[in-house]
Design a protein. Structure first.
Length: 148
C-alpha cells in the first residue's frame, strides 16, 4: 500500500477489542507514528454468563411454532466498541488535533465506524484500510501503510 500520511495526520487502528490513535510525527515520505491514545474494550464474558434464557418462540398463524435467533452478545459488544471508538475520535476532533485521518480496521468494524461518523470527521478521512493491524508494532503499521 502506498499511502502518504501527512505530518500530524492521524491513523486510527482498531478491531473489536482495541483501538490505537497514532499521530505521524514524521513527514509524508518517512512516517514516524507515535501512540497518542489506546482504548481497550471491557471484558466480555462467555455468552452462557450473559444470557440465561433460551431463544424465544414465535407462533405463526398458519404454520407451526418457530424459534427466533438468540442474541449474539459478543457481536453487540463489538459494535458498541466501534461506536465508542468513533466517540473518542470525535472528542479528539473537537479539540482540534487531527488533520487528515486514516482508518484501519477489519471490514465489519470499519462498516460500523462509517455508519457513526459525522460530516466533519467524514471530510477528514484520507483513506480507509480494511485490515486488522492492531497486533503490529507502530513502525510496522507505518511501513505496511506507506510501503516505506
Amino acid at each position: 500500500m502506498n499511502l502518504r500520511i501527512p505530518h500530524n495526520g492521524w491513523v486510527v487502528v482498531c478491531d473489536a477489542r482495541k483501538a490505537m490513535f497514532l499521530r505521524n510525527e514524521g513527514d509524508a515520505n518517512m512516517p514516524k507514528l507515535k501512540v497518542e491514545q489506546v482504548k481497550q474494550a471491557a471484558v466480555n464474558p462467555p455468552s452462557s454468563e450473559q444470557g440465561t434464557d433460551r431463544p424465544g418462540r414465535m407462533q405463526n398463524a398458519i404454520a407451526p411454532t418457530s424459534a427466533t435467533e438468540g442474541t449474539d452478545w459478543h457481536e453487540l459488544a463489538e459494535k458498541q466498541f466501534a461506536r465508542d471508538t468513533v466517540a473518542a475520535l470525535k472528542l479528539v476532533n473537537r479539540a482540534g488535533r487531527p488533520g487528515d485521518i486514516v482508518l484501519v480496521a477489519p471490514p465489519r468494524i470499519l462498516a460500523v465506524i462509517r455508519q457513526n461518523l459525522d460530516d466533519d470527521l467524514r471530510s477528514r478521512i484520507l483513506a480507509e484500510v480494511d485490515k486488522d493491524l492492531t497486533k503490529h508494532p507502530t513502525h510496522e503499521i507505518g511501513r505496511l501503510l506507506t510501503g516505506a
